[in-house]
Design a binder for this molecule. Structure first.
Ligand SMILES: *[C@@H]1O[C@H](CO)[C@@H](O)[C@H](O)[C@H]1NC(C)=O
Ligand SMILES: *[C@@H]1O[C@H](CO)[C@@H](O)[C@H](O)[C@H]1NC(C)=O
Ligand SMILES: *[C@@H]1O[C@H](CO)[C@@H](O)[C@H](O)[C@H]1NC(C)=O
Length: 360
């Protein structure tokens, strides 16, 4: 990417290079999210005990503190990359039926120009990816994949009122959260409104995990009598975290920086202040209807929509009033399957016509 830019600059004259430079410098803040893209993630899988330290130092898109953390041990980078990837995938899963579908680009900013707007979509991106790192690290701890941590021992001090006993491996979300804070938040400054927004949303993302820990129990005792019940704490499925954060996205609070103290306050006077679990944003979102690559918006032309739905995936909202066209497709699938003794299944092929609708 950088090389390409340099070549373009050299090919064009001085005047255009000034224009290109200003265009590039403003939005191109490459970040650790890159670790979650397939090419970068693949390269972290190939790290060896002999070369990971050098690899960490060479990653010029990481902050100094992030390079330091990366160099702690061999599997750290892989674990962070997996967290970044989980964040991106869950974002795309949650937003698949919306106008903005969590588009990623093959550039160093990963999410593109959308990050220039301090919108609720940006709030979601920050929250889900901070959560992704906390989740991935916590899971790696309980699997013994990273050496800095293990299972949560402190949880065993919590009183169970004799109803069960702590046992097994409780996942150490406290470690995962503080790791994510150390790594993900290292770039943010609490001095600007944008920095405060990002920090708030990162915290909210991580809290969606710690507030949703499951208690898993196993019975022991003669013939299933359950005379001894052993329990441990485990993180919920990451998809549940994603869904929880989508609800926070829907109810996100529009905030502004309060002048007296370095704090965010609801933009509308008298509105309830956001809790630590809520997402916050500073700017309204664009409508995402029309293609505008400067802000990383692909537009909804050609997106599939649902003719009968009144939700965001319905053709009316998805297509922004431009209408839609319908395509008829024949699909062939297995049907009337019979079990044949023993042991196979025989099916017929059925043809079926489906109607699909796409935005104009
Ligand atoms: C998002 O929408 C674009 C079209 O606007 C489409 O090309 C892309 O495949 C979609 N991405 C996902 C992850 O669904
Ligand atoms: C994105 O970049 C990777 C390598 O950097 C390349 O292999 C891939 O083809 C690119 N994809 C697109 C859609 O340009
Ligand atoms: C379209 O929306 C309706 C109503 O919300 C729903 O019942 C149906 O399953 C949806 N169809 C598809 C293909 O998603």
């Amino acid at each position: 990417m950088d090389l390409l830019i340099k070549n373009v600059i050299m090919a064009k004259g001085l005047l255009s290079s000034i224009i290109i430079l200003t265009l590039v410098i403003l939005p191109t803040n490459s970040t650790w999210w890159l670790l979650g893209t397939p090419a970068a993630y693949q390269s972290t899988l190939e790290l060896k005990p002999t070369n990971y330290k050098k690899h960490c130092k060479d990653l010029n898109y990481l902050e100094e503190r992030q390079k330091e953390i990366c160099g702690w041990s061999q599997n750290i980078l892989k674990t962070i990359g997996k967290g970044a990837m989980m964040g991106i995938e869950e974002c795309q899963n949650q937003f698949r039926t919306r106008r903005w579908n969590c588009t990623t680009f093959n550039t160093t900013t990963v999410f593109g120009g959308i990050l220039q707007i301090n919108s609720r979509e940006k709030a979601y991106i920050y929250a889900i990816s901070a959560a992704g790192v906390a989740y991935s690290v916590t899971r790696a701890c309980s699997k013994g994949e990273i050496t800095e941590c293990s299972c949560d021992k402190n949880v065993r001090q919590q009183n169970t009122e004799g109803k069960w006993e702590w046992g097994g491996c409780s996942e150490d979300i406290v470690f995962g959260e503080s790791f994510s804070k150390d790594f993900v938040d290292s770039k943010e400054k609490a001095l600007s409104a944008e920095g405060l927004m990002n920090l708030h949303n990162n915290d909210a993302g991580r809290m969606a995990i710690s507030n949703n820990m499951d208690l898993i129990c196993k019975c022991h005792g003669v013939s299933g009598s359950c005379s001894v019940k052993i329990c441990w704490r485990k993180m919920a499925e990451f998809a549940q975290i994603g869904e929880e954060l989508t609800e926070k996205f829907e109810g996100a609070t529009h905030v502004r920086m309060s002048m007296k103290r370095n704090k965010l306050k609801p933009k509308i006077r008298g509105q309830k202040s956001p809790t630590k679990q809520d997402l916050v944003y500073l700017e309204e979102s664009p409508d995402y209807c029309k293609r505008n690559l400067k802000i990383g918006v692909l537009g909804t032309k050609g997106r599939q929509c649902n003719r009968t739905s009144y939700g965001m995936d319905g053709c009316k909202l998805m297509c922004c009033g431009r209408g839609y066209h319908t395509m008829v497709r024949e699909i062939v699938r297995d049907c009337e399957c019979k079990f044949i003794w023993c042991c196979s299944v025989k099916c017929n092929k059925c043809r079926e016509v489906v109607e699909e609708h796409f935005c104009n």
